[in-house]
Structures are given as structure tokens and as C-alpha cells.
Design a protein around this ligand. Sequence first.
Ligand SMILES: [Zn+2]
Length: 235
Amino acid sequence: MTTALVVKRALVIGAHADDVEFTSAGTVARWTSEGAVVGYVLCTDSSRGTDDPRLPPRELARIRQKEQRAAALKVGVRECWFLGYEDGTLEPTLALRRDLVRAIRSFRPDTVICPDPTVRWHGQGYLNHPDHLAVADAALAAIYPSARDRWAFPELLAEGLEPHKVGTVLLSAPAEPDTWVDISATIDLKVAALLEHKSQITDPGAVEFVRDWGRRAGVAQGLPYAEAFRAFFLG
Ligand SMILES: [Zn+2]
């Protein structure tokens, strides 16, 4: 179904700078234009996105965080957290889960977008990045049960972070989509956000890829452009 989700506060959880721009920035732009407050949590330091031997990982991480903040602003997002785990080696540890519970209890979103933990590949040309899978596992465990469980990570209570129930979970780029958001009015903002990742988006084919992905997601729904999700509505 295409859906008019009622979203007031949303947290988007990803692994790397530019993940949100590929999968869900059109939806984010739509929500912020409708008055929602959206924040991003990027779990890694995004330090590995280069083959350039002259660019050390620490310098790349600094550049990519700056690009991420600019990309977020393009779609109306002012709050970006970078958890700083090493790019390429992320695991769904309890430490990562605790950091995500901290973010959820601090931001108190009604809606969370995160990756789909069941996506190991797409077609014959794409193997999913293990960092995406680690984020997906840790984020879902953070949403349920830990963020809502008073006695999970009691050190967070000591920080003043009370339990919080997330109502809606949307898995981005899912294996089995069941929910589509119309991004026809925000596809240009999505592309503009993507282009802020200047260190990564050097091939104009990336823009066409994103537009084509949006067109293909929208076609069965009768929409010029859409983003697809799998939705869960938690009590
Ligand atoms: Zn990524």
C-alpha cells in the first residue's frame, strides 16, 4: 500500500554516510516538509569509502561526516549522531545496541527507519555490506525489546534516559516491501542530498541509479517516484 504515515519524530539509523541518501532521503524530505523532526544516527566512522592511497582513513572520516551533515540539511535534518565504530568491521554487539538505545531514548522517535536484516543480496550484482546487516540486527534489538525495557542497560537510566516505545518501524530497501512512500515531490531534494557526498558520488550514473530505483519502486503503485519499505506497527 502507499501510505500517509503520521510521523512527528523519526530517527533514521544507518551504517555509513550516504546510506540514508540512497534508501530513504526522499521520505525524510517529505516528512520534514510536513513538519516532522528527523534525526540521523550513523554507526560507523565511514572511513573506508576510498581507494585513494593518499587519503588516510581519519581524514576521509572527517570529510564524510561533513558531507553527511550537508546532505542532512538538504532534506531538513539538523541532528546527526556519529557513533564512530570502525567502518567495515561493525558487529551487532551489545555495545552497539546500547548506543542505539541511548539514541532512541534521547530522541524519543515515534518512527524509526533502519536496514532490513534479511537482505543478503539483490539479484546477481549486489552483495549487501556486512555493516548494513549489523546495523539492522542491532537497531531492531534496540527498538524491541531494549529501548522499552526499563531494566535493559540500567546505566542508561542512571543517565536519565527513561524507557521509550517506538510505534512504527520501517525497513529500508527491504526484501519484501509492503509500504511505499510517494517521493515524487521530493526526488530532486533526494538527488541534491546525494550529491553532497562529493567524495563518494563521482559517477553521474549514481544519480540515474537513484532516479531509476525510485521510478521502479513507484511503477506498481502508479507513482512517478517512490521509496519502498517493510512496515511494522508496534503496540
Ligand atoms: Zn553503507
